[in-house]
Design a protein around this ligand. Structure first.
Ligand SMILES: O=C(O)CCC(=O)C(=O)O
Ligand SMILES: [Fe+2]
Length: 303
């Protein structure tokens, strides 16, 4: 009998949906990023964990050096936001998630736009983001161009999500990265040469990362997002379980902030929340100093 998609996902820790995202949607989001760069707007860098002006971070080939976090959540980038939501909160991705989950409705917690490979250190997402109970978060990666490795490549360690080793719980970030490196040696690394429009989904305990650009000038245009079932509390792996009453109270609060904006997948924050985060972001950028200090934790060059 043919293995179901859900069995494949549970067994390997990942699954690829080929040619899922229509090319028009991809062209649109790429054009919107170019426009955003031309206007030299402010963005939040996931690589550096601070607010920055985009033109300061373009390399000589015009590629953005950092990953752009929550690019759908900027009131001063509405075209980019819409083009991003049209992909990341789409029916295509909702249906893919339904194929591998026991849940039906999902919420996008966070997302990133990668223009260029940032050489992400090997890690498991659950240390940063997961659900309570753990294991129900989905990592997703959309190829915005054919990936041939010249610009770096995303890789995974199939089956590593089945590891019984939980020594990463309650560790510092450095200890956790050390754990990930050691644990990955028990598995075989698989580089994923995806094609434009393909979607990869992985398990929150699957070890993954990416390599640095092999040749200058080559991009690795992609989007990532993390989703959770609307009926589960956002958390991180290894968090204590809550009693039923406390759980429901927190879940209700989480749901109140979620908005679908008319899309098949909800988003974490309402317009009001987005305005709040962005105003705080602007304040941090303009005041600068300690409030907006760069902190690069994920680049393999630093380890
Ligand atoms: O694409 C990358 O370099 C890393 C992305 C990643 O680890 C994630 O989105 O969880
Ligand atoms: Fe990750």
């Amino acid at each position: 009998m043919k293995e179901s998609l859900s069995d494949q996902y549970q067994d390997q820790g990942y699954i690829i949906f080929k040619s899922l995202i229509p090319p028009e949607k991809i062209e649109k989001v790429l054009a919107e990023l170019d426009f955003f760069k031309k206007l030299n707007k402010l963005y939040y860098s996931q690589s550096e964990h601070n607010w920055r002006r985009i033109k300061d971070d373009l390399d000589i080939n015009g590629l953005l050096e950092c990953s752009f976090e929550n690019f759908t959540d900027l009131p001063w980038g509405l075209g980019l936001s819409k083009a991003g939501r049209n992909i990341l909160q789409s029916k295509e991705i909702r249906n893919a998630l339904r194929n591998i989950s026991i849940y039906q409705d999902f919420c996008m917690w966070q997302n990133m736009f990668f223009d260029k490979s940032t050489g992400t250190i090997d890690h498991i997402d659950t240390w940063y983001l997961d659900t309570n109970p753990m294991g129900y978060l989905f990592g997703a990666w959309v190829a915005l161009e054919d990936i041939n490795g010249e610009g770096g490549v995303f890789h995974i360690y199939p089956k590593s999500h089945l590891s019984k080793n939980k020594e990463w719980i309650n560790t510092s970030h450095d200890e956790f990265i050390f754990w990930s490196k050691k644990e990955s040696k028990n598995y075989e690394r698989k580089s994923l040469y995806l094609r434009k429009g393909d979607l990869l989904i992985w398990h929150p305990s699957l070890i993954h990362g990416s390599s640095l650009q092999k040749n200058k000038g080559f991009s690795r245009k992609s989007l990532t997002a993390h989703y959770h079932p609307c009926d589960l509390l956002r958390s991180k792996g290894g968090t204590k379980t809550l009693d039923k009453h406390e759980y429901q109270k927190k879940l209700l609060k989480q749901k109140k902030q979620m908005r679908s904006f008319g899309y098949p997948i909800s988003a974490r924050a309402s317009k009001r929340e987005i305005l709040k985060f962005s105003s705080i972001g602007l304040t941090k950028y303009f005041l600068g100093g300690i409030l907006n200090k760069p902190k690069n934790l994920m680049n393999r060059k630093n380890y």
